[in-house]
Design a protein around this ligand. Structure first.
Ligand SMILES: [Zn+2]
Length: 380
């Protein structure tokens, strides 16, 4: 594809340094954004992109949620210098500002348990270094690479994973016979680990139930957890997107009651096509543990402990072969172009090319892997 090339500026020093360091070919398979003649810097830059760029410290007078300093509450735990501190702060505001308050709550909960400090440090360093890469053959195509923690409680990492699964569902599953099944477990006074064990065991028995197995060819199941303050009880649900025959509600309800002994709230509905299925997944995969629980210091430690080693979604049947968590192979050779903070500085200074690239990076759904090549990590 021939395009204009807004990203084709003289290479910045970091690029020359990185390129001369003999970096291996980068072949991340995440999103990239190609140039478009109409996609020049006419829009406003989001405050997430520029809020900390001018001085390294956020403006204090703005009411924007993005201008508060993320790293004051969640130190990045990286080797420190004034330059790297500022760079990490800019990169992390860019990546994490959308969930700043919840991120600080998770950090505090991880910090409270000495057994979790290594995990806490990985979590805190997520996104502290970020580079803009571009396609070696078509420099108008750019993408972001960063170090990622992959923690299930990191919403930036979870969003990338969720977008990937949703995208893969939209392109890899057949359009025919898609349905959405919601199974609700009756709330009880059981502790959370027992509640989750019971949900997973009930789901396994449900799938194998003689009246059910023939309806489910394959699918993906998502856990959703809510909490009732009035009853002080956990309410777990399972949202199951599946392909198969029409599943009568009465059959599903009877089978769910049979395997649980006390639960019968079941919902079954048709899904129009794979694209709609992807949208459902984007919705359900993001609400496994809602903000109302993350922000509860009295509940969060128990949730962190209970979800350790557990998956919040899993494929089954024929869909397990679809590898919905894996990106497509990407033949692109991505090369480092410029560190994100430098791009932001240039955008702040009015550089139209930098503004255009930054806008497109902000407006492109994030997909993994965004892992930063080892050669671009800051020196220890
Ligand atoms: Zn992360």
């Amino acid at each position: 594809m021939q395009t204009t090339n807004p990203a084709d500026a003289p290479a910045a020093a970091p690029l020359r340094n990185a390129a001369s360091a003999g970096l291996p070919s980068l072949t991340p398979a995440g999103p990239s954004v190609g140039a478009s003649p109409a996609d020049t810097a006419s829009g406003e830059l989001p405050s997430a992109a520029v809020g900390v760029a001018a001085s390294g410290a956020p403006p204090s007078s703005s009411s924007s949620v993005h201008t508060d300093e993320t790293s004051s509450e969640v130190p990045s735990h990286l080797p420190s210098s004034p330059a790297s501190d500022r760079s990490a702060r800019v990169c992390q505001v860019f990546r994490h500002s959308f969930w700043k308050t919840r991120r600080a709550a998770v950090y505090r909960a991880l910090s409270a348990d000495p057994d979790l400090w290594r995990r806490r440090d990985r979590f805190a360093a997520c996104g502290a270094t970020a580079w803009v890469l571009r396609d070696a053959d078509d420099p108008s195509r750019v993408r972001l690479a960063t170090n990622a923690c992959h923690d299930r409680f990191c919403e930036a990492c979870a969003r990338e994973r969720r977008n990937l699964v949703a995208s893969n569902i939209a392109t890899r599953v057949p359009d025919e016979g898609l349905r959405l099944l919601t199974l609700t477990l009756k709330s009880s006074d059981l502790p959370l680990p027992a509640v989750l064990d019971r949900l997973h065991a009930s789901w396994a028995r449900f799938r194998q139930h003689a009246d059910i197995a023939r309806y489910l060819r394959g699918g993906v199941a998502f856990v959703e957890l809510t909490y009732s303050d009035s009853r002080r009880q956990w309410h777990p649900h399972l949202h199951v997107l599946f392909a198969g025959r029409f599943l009568p509600h009465a059959v599903a309800k009877a089978a769910w009651l049979a395997v649980t002994g006390d639960s019968f709230i079941v919902d079954v509905r048709a899904v129009r096509d794979a694209k709609a299925a992807g949208a459902y997944v984007a919705k359900y995969a993001s609400k496994a543990i809602p903000a109302s629980i993350i922000l509860r210091p009295d509940l969060l430690p128990a949730v962190l402990a209970a979800f350790r080693g557990r998956r919040t979604f899993a494929t089954f049947g024929s869909w397990a072969r679809l590898h919905l968590s894996k990106p497509d192979p990407d033949p692109t050779t991505w090369v480092p172009w410029i560190e994100l903070p430098r791009l932001i500085d240039r955008a702040k200074a009015g550089d139209p090319e930098a503004r255009s690239v930054l806008l497109r990076l902000v407006n492109t759904p994030a997909l993994p892997p965004t892992d930063l090549p080892a050669a671009l990590h800051p020196p220890p």
